[in-house]
Design a protein around this ligand. Structure first.
Ligand SMILES: [Zn+2]
Length: 162
């Protein structure tokens, strides 16, 4: 190797002789700065830096190491990042005002009691006239749906009752 180089480049004085490269590597391994290596070998600092990079012997500065850590940990940060706050489904804790009121326990006037919503279904006097009959709200004459109708749309209630 050494002989070959001497034969191939007999007149050239290369900056980097194999001996100097060995020195460079050992100084680098010892942790010397580029400037110190350059002084010890007797070459320019730029030559040291250039040769080190060609040899892939790069020593990163603390800043560069930090930046590299940051970059390398970025995917992990991404995967552990908090998920976007999930939009909670709206909870209907009460029926919308226009929800149909299901009166499943129609009862006649005679059957009405405090346990029956007394909201009139259909027209009083009609053959199918009856009352809602649902379980009323506590202390109220109407079930929840009809209570809402009675007190939010009172005019309709009065009209329905005639
Ligand atoms: Zn009712």
């Amino acid at each position: 190797m050494i002989a070959n180089q001497q034969i191939l480049q007999p007149t050239l004085q290369p900056t980097w002789t194999p001996e100097r490269i060995d020195q460079l590597k050992s100084y680098f391994a010892a942790g010397l700065s580029c400037r110190d290596i350059a002084v010890n070998i007797g070459v320019s600092r730029n030559a040291v830096i250039g040769k080190l990079s060609r040899l892939n012997l790069t020593r990163t500065s603390p800043e560069e190491r930090r930046a590299r850590r940051k970059r390398s940990s970025h995917p992990a940060q991404k995967s552990t990042a908090k998920q976007p706050f999930q939009i909670r489904h709206a909870v209907y804790d009460q029926e919308p005002d226009d929800a149909p009121i299901v009166s499943a326990n129609h009862c006649s006037l005679l059957e009405l009691s405090e346990q029956h919503c007394r909201w009139p279904i259909s027209t009083p006097g009609a053959e199918d006239f009856c009352f809602c009959g649902n379980t009323p709200l506590g202390g109220m004459p109407y079930c929840s749906g009809h209570y809402r109708l009675a007190y939010q749309v009172g005019s309709r209630h009065r009209a329905a009752r005639g």
